[in-house]
Design a protein around this ligand. Structure first.
Ligand code: ADP
Length: 485
């Protein structure tokens, strides 16, 4: 399979600095493994602060030319990048499945989703309008310009190796910013392949740089630089907090997409088929490894037994296996630590009175495969309720009233996605408005799209990505007052 990637010219293992593919300056490399097999796919450059400083310098000098192009010129380059990603979608999806583990169908879905941000922001580039404000003195004219913030440091996770990059780089480049990307060390190959296509598309050398390796060192170099004006991050809440604190010293603009703890509330009046299908999709996408995955399935008493048995039946139909196989719907978890976290959460729950209704152990395939699991009678004193499990475990939590469901749903420091299933229109409004979350799916388990704002409240993050709102994160307002007219 790697031969196919190589043949397409998309196997890149070096960092990208100033348009050049470069080794780590000390020659160090790290291995990228296939989580389904343990096979080493490639060794990639393991970079640190020196390479990052050079990448920042390159982004900084390119900022002056890239930001001066017309919106139309930037738009055309982005559109070409989009076309090249789509033209190579099979290879990119294959690479993603190999290094991340998600089933090919999901990987293809991510390539389309990831590409959609480039297409969308290629269009949006041309629609970044300023304002003219009616003056308070008649001899004045008041204007507002929108200008790019400058060099952007983008740090991204492994669960969406392409989309988390394009969702940041798309709007950044569209606005005229230049970028230093640090992809996850677990999934750098997809990022590097995408960067290769960006160069081919005519995104100028230095506008998009990629460094990977020693995460804290690269992170610190980005934070300490006065030239980096913006940090955009998707990943764990713990690292997000560090980056936010570290941005204080140079007062950078910050956007954060952090962990969630998504409630999925199934009311007595739900259409049970819709609720089962929606919660299954919301829970088991990418084997439960997304920040919008349903983390707590709250089920109203009157429908609990019926929902549980229909849900378990649906979970039993999930096929665990290597993502390259056509029949697979559940790939492996990203690594051993991820499986150990799941085991810890299950032990904690069963020791406090929850019951495993399905699965609850490692899969017979070995490696980091885990059985799709349903746990009943989960309560708010358990880790499964309090934290993100990030694995294929669906905790069922019974509740009595709508008020109680809202209280349980909001009883967390996270606030990214929430889902509700009900046939009542007034209830869907009431509950949607009461949920302290950035996104709400009503009778729908998969809701992300490039045209809508994605982001969290509380400790799930700051700022929004995608949509017309997503460009604001990369822009500064400048007020110009023209006097004595
Ligand atoms: P996840 O649980 O999704 O792996 P992390 O927050 O650990 O979440 O990782 C998300 C991204 O943050 C990855 O690219 C990782 O390498 C990077 N990262 C981890 N620690 C740091 C750090 N101290 N500074 C900067 N980036 C970091």
């Amino acid at each position: 399979a790697m031969e196919k990637i190589r043949a397409a010219g998309l196997l890149r293992t070096q960092g990208l600095i100033a348009g050049q593919w470069v080794d780590a300056y000390d020659g160090k490399t790290i291995e990228v493994q296939n989580p389904a097999t343990g096979e080493v796919l490639a060794s990639v450059s393991c970079m640190g602060s020196r390479e990052t400083s050079d990448a920042i310098a390159s982004a900084h000098s390119t900022f002056y030319s890239w930001s001066k192009l017309t919106a139309n010129e930037r738009s055309k380059a982005l559109r070409k990048w989009y076309d090249l990603i789509i033209a190579h979608k099979e290879e990119l999806a294959l690479l993603m499945t190999l290094e991340q583990g998600k089933p090919m169908k999901e990987a293809l879905g991510e390539v389309n989703y990831g590409a959609s941000f480039i297409e969308y922001f290629a269009e949006e580039a041309k629609r970044i309008y300023g304002d003219i404000i009616p003056p308070t003195l008649s001899d004045r004219r008041l204007l507002v310009l929108k200008q790019p913030v400058g060099v952007v440091g983008a740090i991204t996770p492994w669960n969406f190796p392409l989309a988390m990059i394009t969702r940041k780089v798309g709007p950044a480049l569209a606005c005229g910013c230049t970028v230093v990307v640090k992809p996850s060390e677990f999934t750098p190959l997809t990022a590097l392949a995408a960067a290769d296509l960006a160069l081919q598309a005519g995104i100028p050398a230095g506008a998009l740089n990629v460094v990977m390796g020693n995460a804290p060192e690269i992170g610190d170099a980005l934070l300490q630089s006065t030239q980096v004006r913006k940090i955009t991050f998707t990943g764990s809440t713990a690292v997000g907090k560090k980056l936010m604190a570290g941005s204080a010293d140079t007062v950078k603009k910050v956007s954060l997409e952090l962990g969630g703890n998504a409630p999925c509330i199934v009311f007595d009046d739900a259409d049970i088929d819709v609720a089962v299908k929606g919660s299954l999709a919301a829970k088991f996408r990418n084997s439960g490894q997304t920040c919008v995955c349903a983390n707590r399935i709250l089920v109203q008493e009157g429908i609990y037994e019926k929902f549980a048995s229909a849900f378990i039946k649906a979970v039993q139909s999930l096929q665990v296996g290597n993502g390259l196989e056509e029949s697979t719907s559940q790939g492996p978890l990203i690594n051993e630590a991820a499986v150990q976290k799941v085991e810890k959460f299950i032990n904690d729950a069963t020791s406090k009175g929850a019951n495993v209704m399905l699965g609850g152990k490692r899969h017979s395939l070995g490696m980091t495969f885990y059985e799709p699991t349903v746990v009943g009678n989960v309560s708010n004193d358990m880790l499964l309720f309090r934290e993100e499990v990030f694995g294929p475990v669906a905790p069922l939590i019974p509740f009595k009233t709508e008020e109680e469901a809202i209280h349980l749903a909001n009883d967390t420091n996270a606030g990214l996605a929430a889902y509700i299933f009900t046939r009542s229109i007034p209830r869907s409004w009431r509950v949607s408005e009461s949920l302290e979350y950035g996104l709400v799916g009503v009778n729908e388990g998969i809701i992300s799209t490039e045209v809508a704002p994605f982001g969290g409240v509380k400790q799930s993050g700051l700022g929004r990505e995608g949509s017309k709102y997503g460009v604001d994160e990369y822009l500064e307002l400048k007020y110009i007052c023209m006097g004595n007219m």
